[in-house]
Design a protein around this ligand. Structure first.
Ligand code: SF4
Length: 469
């Protein structure tokens, strides 16, 4: 008997620190997916890692500072660090602060990151392990399995004065519609119940490819047809997907600018094919400020359109973000914004204090707003938006809403189990939550249950699963 065995060394382990926005998280997932396909294992901590990747954010100066700190921590804890992501475009600044880093690569340079890992921690496996198939569904996801980010394009064709994304990431480059739909289909087949469509400008999807059409199968495989790279077509097709329970996944559109064609997706929300949620970063309302900001789709009729959207789909939740203290913002401009918000009654609002970003055109604008005025306006903005949010959430008490479960707790001393989830008006990480009491022990993350809403505060809802008749 041949007793010779071929020993397969332990795989090299990669640790990942992922900073920044959901878009950066998707990049991290892609890098890890690729590394795993190359035979690496992932390490949940610094100690067990042969090498640590830090995926950085370079959007604001405060984010750069956080990135540099994270790199410093990884060097102190592990010592073998590769830096990637948006701040990787500033390799000199990184090397000046941390000369020990092994390599620095920029945003979306997947090949270079993977190559750097191969150079500094060569894969230990040989052909034996490579024969193991790497099914697509084994993609490593940093986000929980029940929701997933679907990135449809990179870059941006606009030149908003406060933003350096187009410099960092280049012009809009849309993915092929069939590739996006295939990825969405795989995510749903792998258990994703909620798809979060992201890009810098989702409503501009396909503008760069002249909305190039590709063949895509219909709900029944036989019905092949042409589908355009266009937000409306994409939304319609995503609404045709079905989870293993036969229901459409929740599909949220993020970073949508209010171009006229956005009106076309509202009926899909009313039909239940698209989650009634729109994330529209308005950033301001005063025409003079929007003009100086050079915002796209800056048009006056937004309030009228919001009203029409709510007539078509009464449950639509609109989230937005606003910047206070943009250079030249007068007290009148700011009051205009507050009045606009009273009229618009948005469901979710994020407020930001203007912060000059190195390289942004806004830095050269005259009339900077003093820091104490920015603080004071920010507090007023928060007061108004919290009041609106409190009233909107209070109006949901007594209703029954579908809630997707994110986490299920342990039984307390009375045996009651609590859970947290989100309504259709709440995107993960940025919006509110629904806190549930008395949930059945069989409940799992990703389940969608009907919840009787019993209470509300400024941000969150509280309720109990409805008894099934
Ligand atoms: S739309 Fe404006 S803020 Fe958004 S990425 Fe493009 S330039 Fe930046």
């Amino acid at each position: 008997m041949n007793t010779t065995t071929t020993s397969i060394p332990d795989p090299k382990k990669v640790g990942m620190v992922s900073l920044g926005c959901p878009k950066a998280l998707v990049d991290s997932e892609r890098i890890l997916t690729r590394l795993r396909a190359d035979g690496y294992a992932m390490s949940p901590d610094y100690a067990g890692a042969d090498i640590v990747l830090v995926n950085t954010c370079g959007f604001l100066d405060s984010a750069k500072e956080e990135s540099l700190q994270a790199i410093g921590e990884a060097i102190a804890e592990n010592g073998r660090v590769i830096v990637t992501g948006c701040m990787g475009e500033e390799a000199d600044a990184i090397r000046a602060a941390h000369p020990q880093v092994l390599a620095v690569t920029g945003a979306h340079q997947y090949e270079q990151v993977v190559e750097a890992v191969h150079t500094h921690a060569p894969p230990s496996q040989g052909p034996y392990v490579d024969l193991i198939p790497q099914p697509d569904l084994a993609d490593i996801k940093l986000t929980p399995r029940h929701y997933g980010y679907l990135k449809i394009s990179e870059g941006c064709n606009h030149s908003c004065a406060f933003c350096i994304i187009p410099q960092l990431r280049g012009k809009l480059a849309s993915r092929r519609i069939d590739a996006v739909l295939r990825e969405a289909e795989k995510l749903v087949a792998a258990g994703t119940k909620e798809l979060l469509v992201i890009s810098q400008d989702t409503s501009a999807y396909g503008v760069d490819t002249r909305h190039e059409a590709r063949e895509w199968k219909g709900p029944q495989d036989s019905e092949k047809r042409l589908v355009r790279a266009h937000m409306t077509d994409l939304a319609r097709e995503l609404g045709q997907l079905r989870t293993d329970q036969g229901t459409p996944p929740w599909v949220r559109l993020h970073y949508v600018y209010p171009y006229p064609h956005v009106d076309q997706v509202i009926p899909l929300m009313a039909e239940g094919l698209l989650t009634p949620y729109l994330d529209i970063p308005f950033q301001h309302a005063a025409p003079a400020v929007l003009k100086r900001m050079k915002r796209p789709a800056n048009e006056a009729k937004v309030l009228e359109r919001l009203k029409r959207w709510r007539e078509i789909c009464p449950d639509i939740a609109v989230r937005s973000s606003f910047v206070v203290g943009f250079p030249g913002e007068t007290e009148e401009d700011f009051e205009y914004l507050l009045e606009w918000l009273e009229d618009a009654q948005l469901d979710r609002v994020g407020g930001f204090r203007f912060e000059p970003v190195e390289g942004a055109a806004a830095n050269a604008l005259p009339d900077p707003v003093p820091a104490e005025v920015i603080e004071e306006r920010y507090a007023r903005l928060m007061e108004v938006t919290e009041r609106i949010s409190t009233a909107k959430l209070a109006a949901k008490v007594g209703r029954t809403l579908p809630v997707i479960i994110d986490e299920v707790g342990e039984p307390d001393e009375d045996g009651d189990i609590g859970a947290t989830g989100r309504s259709q008006a709440d995107a993960p990480e940025i919006d509110g939550q629904v806190f549930l009491r008395n949930v059945p022990a069989s409940l799992s993350p990703g389940d969608i249950v009907d919840v009787a809403i019993e209470d509300a505060d400024a941000h969150d809802l509280f309720g109990v699963p409805e008894e099934k008749a």
